[in-house]
Design a protein around this ligand. Structure first.
Ligand SMILES: Nc1ncnc2c1ncn2[C@@H]1O[C@H](COP(=O)(O)OP(=O)(O)OP(=O)(O)O)[C@@H](O)[C@H]1O
Length: 317
């Protein structure tokens, strides 16, 4: 009950991405029509729909890899977006470790610059000039603080955690990526994307090639992810554990549901029951109206002595 309430609460989070009235055609075929979608900073969103509904097409459009025919997409310039397309794998001639730490090359550079400053500070000639020394000390403190804020003391631990989580034990880190299987390359592509920590993380079928242990690790990683997550997946158990908003793409349109995947199914079933009851009610009312009209035609015809005409009316109803 509390979870239901929390799920339906609108939080005042920043809007990272907004899609308005988006329409996409492939040739003459309409794929998406008037799609509305909003991604806020803490959202965990699933996009669901039958095969061929247009889920991957929507992700390709949102991530800027595909154009669209009508509508608008708004995203603040400083909001980063990372997308793992379906079946994508990492191709590289580097080793697993080198490829992963490449993401943090800017921190490595900063680290080298800090070491250089430390050397200077230990130089007796430099020490002799008090002003120069203090200037260097201030610059060093600032640089070290920036380095810390940017995760400089943390990134190697992050790389290790992600590699271990995605089932790449330390013994594999020096292996060349070129020698890995397709499934391993896909897992590594996922790992690399996770380490870049985009504000909006978009994953198309991320659970392919994951065993149960890795899947559990990914669920908890995504749950504590500082940013928005948008997932397309056919794995309802995975979605149940990771999302709190579901967008359904059906007959080219999108509908938004609050809650996880099971909750979405419940709401769909409730909507269906409601629609069915409405339909039945409508049918009963139509029947009543028909009976009423019929009785009145018969009555009018009888009164006018033209009962035969009533059957003609009936034919036209
Ligand atoms: N480049 C393209 N040119 C023409 N048609 C395309 C193209 N890409 C996709 N389609 C068609 O658009 C429709 C939507 O495809 P899309 O891959 O987005 O669906 P999906 O919901 O992601 O399906 P699945 O769950 O099977 O991955 C399908 O009918 C597909 O055949």
């Amino acid at each position: 009950m509390l979870l239901d309430t929390l799920n339906t609460l609108e939080v005042n989070d920043m809007i990272y991405l907004q899609v308005n009235n988006l329409t996409k055609r492939f040739g003459a075929e309409l794929i998406l029509s008037n799609i509305k979608l909003e991604v806020k900073e803490q959202d965990r969103i699933a996009i669901v729909g039958r095969n061929g509904a247009g889920k991957s097409t929507l992700l390709n459009i949102i991530s800027g890899q595909l154009g669209y025919d009508e509508g608008e997409i708004h995203k603040p310039k400083d909001i980063s977006l990372g997308y793992l397309a379906q079946h994508s794998g990492l191709d590289s001639t580097e080793t697993i470790w080198d490829e992963m730490v490449k993401i943090f090359a800017y921190l490595k550079k900063e680290e080298q610059s800090l070491r250089k400053m430390e050397q200077q500070m230990g130089d007796p000639d430099f020490l002799a000039n008090q002003d120069q020394y203090h200037q260097l000390l201030t610059a060093y403190d600032q640089k070290q603080e920036d380095f810390k804020q940017a995760g400089g003391f943390q990134y190697e631990a992050d790389v290790k955690a992600v590699l271990n989580g995605l089932n790449f034990p330390e013994s594999t880190w020096s292996a060349s990526i070129a020698t890995l299987s397709g499934g391993q390359k896909t897992r590594l592509a996922l790992g690399k994307l996770l380490l870049t920590k985009p504000d909006i993380l978009i994953l198309d079928e991320p659970t392919n090639h994951l065993d149960i242990q890795t899947l559990t690790w990914l669920e908890s990683y995504l749950n504590s992810y500082k940013g928005a997550v948008v997932i397309v997946s056919h794995d309802r158990y995975f979605l149940d554990k990771t999302v709190n908003i579901v967008y359904e793409i059906s007959r080219n349109h999108s509908s938004k549901f609050y809650g996880n995947y099971s909750k979405y199914l419940e709401q769909k079933a409730a909507n269906y029951d409601h629609d069915l009851k409405q339909y039945e009610k409508q049918q009963t009312e139509i029947k009543k109206l028909e009976d009423f009209i019929q009785k009145n035609i018969v009555r009018a015809a009888t009164l006018n002595g033209h009962k035969a005409d009533a059957n003609n009316w009936k034919r036209w109803m």
